[in-house]
Every structure is written in C-alpha cells, then in structure tokens.
Design a protein around this ligand. Structure first.
Ligand code: ADP
Ligand code: ZN
Length: 526
C-alpha cells in the first residue's frame, strides 16, 4: 500500500505534496533535495526549524534503496521514525533500545528491501555486523544528522562520529549529506574535513530568527526576575535552562509553589520520569519545563513560546541552539537570559578544570568571551549574534531589549583606568570582589592583611557604587582588557590591550546597567 505513495513519478515535489502534505519547499530545501537526489554530496547548515529533515528524507524516498540516517540520540530517532510511520513511510531504527526480536525484524526488512529509511546510531553504523547487513542492500544515501557532533569545536562532541569518515571509502557512489544547525566557521570546516566532504556542496541560509525576541538582563534577584518574565507567558509552554541538576529541581519546585506548572528534566532523573516529563511538555500548552542542556536536541515542539536561561550557556552556538527551540512555528516568541559575573567565573572554572587539551581550552575561552561580548553589547543583540555566525545585519532590529530600550552608555575611560590600576597595583592576584573592596576603601581582614589599605588606590573608587564596579569589571572582561586566571584562584590579570587605556589612547564606554550615583555621574560629565 505504501508503495502506491511513491510509484508515479516520484519527483521531490510529488513526495512533498503527497507524503507530507506540504504545498511548497521552504528556502533552499528544494536545491538540497534536488542535488542529493541526483547523487551529490551536501553539507547543510540551516538553523533549527528550517526543515532539515526533509532534505534527506525526500531524496531517500526518490532514490532506490534505503536511506541510512545517523543520529546521535535514541529519543530523537524514535520521534522521527514515529512521525514517518504516521505518514506511511516505511521507517525503522536500529539501536540498543530494541529487543532481539525487534532488531531481527528490522534487519530482515533491510535485507528484503522493505525499508525507505533506517535510523542508526554512529557506533552501530561502523560495526562489522552492520556493514554485512547493508552489504547487499541498495543504499539510497547516508545522512549524518547533528553533524557538529564530529567536531570538538562544536558544543556536543561525540567521539563515535569520528569513525564516520570511513563511509566515503567504503561506499563510493552513495551520496552523503551532513546536516547541522551549528554554523560557526570552525565547526563547519571541521565537519567538512572530518567527514571527507571536501567536494560536497555547502548549503547555508540566514540564521536570523526574526520571530524571536531577545532579552538579556543583569542578574539581580533571579527568581523574582524569572517570575516577572514568566508572568508574560501564563498560558504558554516554554523551557527554563539551568546549569546544574540541583538548580533544575529547586527551580521547578519553587515555580510550582508560585502557581506556575513546572516540571524538572535532567539526565539524573529516572528514565521513566524523564520520558513522562518530556511527553507532558510535548503535549501540554502551558507547561514550564525546567531543564539542563540534556533537554532539547531533536525536540520538535513548534509552539514553544519562550526560553529562559538562568545561567550563562557555554558559547554563542549553545545559546543560539537553546534559544532556537522557541518559535519554530514562526509565531512571536521571547527568549530571556539573566546572567552575572558569577556565571563567567563558573564557566571559566569549568573550562580550566576540564580535561580538554590546552588548545581546545583556548578556543572554549574565546567562545565564552564571544558570548559575554553579546551580553554586554550596547547595540542590537540580533546583529551581534548574527555577526558571530559571519552574517551581516544592519542592526536596529526592533525586537531585542537593546533596540526597544536603547542602552545608555557613559564615558568610562577614567573608571577603566582606576579599575585596571587597582588590578595592577594589587599584583594581579585577586578576583573582582576583593579589588572592589579595595576600590571602595572597605577595611576588612583581607584588605588589611595584604596592606592594601595603605595603597593610593584604596578608596579611589568610592564615587561609584560597588555594583557599578561589578558591571565595569564584567565589561572590561568582555572587552578583552582583563582576563581571569583560574590557575590562580580566579585572579584578574591585565591583557596587553589594557596598555592603550592607561595611555588614554583608547576611549572606553560602558553600558549603564543601573543609574550610577549622582556624584559619579557628575564626575563623568566633567
Ligand atoms: P530542523 O531539523 O531544521 O530543525 P525540521 O526538519 O524538524 O527542522 O522541521 C521543522 C518543522 O517544519 C517540522 O514540523 C516540519 O514538518 C516543518 N516543515 C519542514 N519543511 C516544510 C515545508 N516545506 N513546508 C511546511 N512545513 C515544513
Ligand atoms: Zn535589535
């Protein structure tokens, strides 16, 4: 019966209409589909929600044989296979969650050519057994989904993906299509190199998500701030991301007490609980899912109306992916993040204390700084985010916090010099908390013990509020004028670029997070 779906013609457009019930291709889908159907290799870099799945599903249906789809997550496979079956497509998955009998049935279907699409994990694909299985089968194509997993620069490196470079050699003549929503140049080059796709055609499309509104705030009273944000989304579903499992659980419980239906999701919960919470989220129209980054990959819920971050993600790519889960249906959606200096320190510590090679750590630090620069920018957030992906945008999008409420800036050259001098004079050995104590002239055990109370910089920053100094140090970090050294307990150190500020060759402007004190404002004017 299903054969009838495909017999006549089987052109991509036929399949789109008859199998999926859509009228037209979106964006560059058609170009990709035609290229791969004709036997070409492709690298597809489309943002989340652009419709990457059709780019390999339709060529699989148009070409002879079974399309083999490599996918990193069993849950993700299960969802796609279910959706395809409902459309009448003969799809199956081979993974560790199948019983022996189920696996045998799938393998029989592969051998007898009764499958259109087969989903496998990367580790399964490169086994001898699998090679034998598909040895005699006709293969329509290989699709490598979430292809950024092959790259250490990506945010979700999976070593098993590395073995996929064997496909080109083992199956010459079978087209390969790699797909990802991560498009920073590093990751893209790595995908092309690691998967031997040097001659593949690369398809990209704008990463702008115009229906998503961006809002990034300084963390002050995080729970109250979150509650205020959520009050705008009472009858909608959304995701609140936290860094730790403990915080996920605390936040979910607290939100529930505040009368907001919330469920936790993290990898430490029982499988059954996790699945139940995910299913509830997929079905419900007003549920707040509080989650770690373990949640989200491959989730196709079109009406996620908001995504909130209570902690800073690790990179712009991660931020873009996570916020990109909002508004896949194209309807207006809001993303919101609250962050503070503590986040930056925590992230830096995670990088510094990780086992990655020093070279990789350097890239990770640079990625964190790139995100920080977006957080601290006084101009359009959308422009800054797209610039990170190498995409030009004129700015002034009107749909981000800095566009809606233009950020006031102040001439902070003198303040920067004072701050940098305090870092330098105290020996580049202390974190922001202590240096701010020195600037504010706070007499305490530590300022006395180190003899800082006797230094000229002691109390030199009294005219400016302590919280403004915090903002100053965060922005100095984002500007690359200081760095944080975790091998020295989070001490702030001067970067070479700071020299130009000392010499007054470089003007520094800070965004005004809060009104600075009257006295400081007067000083800045003069
Ligand atoms: P991605 O993998 O790029 O994040 P998906 O393949 O999951 O995106 O597609 C996102 C949503 O858009 C899905 O619900 C899909 O059915 C829908 N979609 C994809 N292509 C089209 C199209 N040409 N017309 C209408 N809807 C589409
Ligand atoms: Zn904007």
């Amino acid at each position: 019966s299903t054969d009838r779906l495909f017999d006549a013609g089987r052109t991509p457009l036929d399949v789109l209409k008859r199998v999926y019930g859509y009228d037209a291709f979106r964006g560059k889908q058609q170009e990709v589909v035609e290229h791969v159907t004709a036997g070409g290799d492709a690298v597809v870099l489309f943002p989340t929600g652009a419709g990457k799945s059709l780019c390999f599903q339709i060529p699989s249906l148009c070409r002879d044989g079974v399309g083999i789809v490599v996918s990193p997550l069993i849950a993700l496979m299960r969802d796609q296979v279910e959706a395809l079956k409902q459309l009448g497509v003969r799809a199956a998955a081979l993974n560790s969650s199948l019983s022996r009998d189920e696996a045998i049935a799938v393998m029989r279907a592969v051998r007898t050519g009764e499958l259109d699409l087969l989903y496998v994990t990367p580790e399964r694909l490169v086994t001898e057994g699998f090679a034998e299985l598909i040895g005699n089968a006709r293969i329509a194509l290989f699709a490598i989904d979430e292809a950024h997993c092959v790259s250490q620069w990506g945010h979700d490196f999976r070593p098993e993906y590395r073995a996929l470079d064997c496909l080109a050699e083992r199956y010459p003549g079978v087209p390969r299509i790699a797909l990802t929503a991560t498009a920073d140049p590093h990751t893209r080059d790595d995908i092309i190199e690691r998967l031997s796709l040097g001659t593949a055609r690369v398809f990209t499309t704008s990463f702008d998500r115009p229906n998503i509104s961006y809002d990034i705030v300084e963390r002050d009273q995080p729970r109250q701030q979150l509650l205020r944000f959520l009050s705008r989304h009472k009858d909608a579903s959304g995701i609140v991301y936290c860094l730790s499992r403990a915080k996920v659980e605390d936040t979910a419980e607290w939100l529930d007490k505040q009368g907001i239906r919330a469920l936790p999701y993290h990898a430490g919960l029982d499988r059954a609980v996790r699945d139940a919470h995910q299913d509830a989220f997929l079905k419900d129209e007003n549920l707040c899912l509080v989650a770690t980054v373990a949640f989200g990959m491959g989730i196709d819920k079109p009406d996620v109306r908001y995504v909130a971050h209570l902690d800073l993600p690790g990179s712009v790519e991660a931020y873009y992916q996570e916020t990109g889960r909002a508004g896949r249906d194209g309807q207006p959606s809001e993303v919101w993040m609250a962050y503070g200096m503590a986040d930056v320190l925590q992230r830096r510590r995670m990088i510094d204390e990780g086992d990655a090679a020093e070279e990789v750590k350097r890239v990770e630090r640079a990625k964190l700084n790139a995100l920080l620069a977006i957080c601290e920018t006084a101009s359009c957030r959308r422009q800054a985010i797209l610039a990170h992906f190498g995409e030009g945008h004129p700015g002034g999008c009107g749909n981000c916090d800095t566009c809606r409420n233009p950020v006031e800036t102040w001439d902070g050259t003198e303040a920067a010099i004072t701050a940098l001098a305090a870092v330098y004079r105290t020996g580049e050995r202390f974190g922001a908390g202590h240096v701010i104590d020195v600037l504010m002239g706070t007499v305490n055990e530590k300022t006395e013990r180190f003899g800082h109370v006797d230094m000229p910089v002691f109390g030199a920053g009294k005219d400016i509020a302590a919280r403004t100094w915090q903002s100053v140090f965060r922005q100095l970090l984002a500007m690359g004028l200081i760095r944080i050294d975790h091998t020295a307990y989070g001490a702030m150190k001067l970067e070479p670029e700071a020299r130009a500020v000392f010499r007054r060759e470089r003007e520094v402007r800070f965004r005004k997070d809060r009104p600075v004190s009257v006295k400081a404002a007067r000083n800045q004017r003069s």
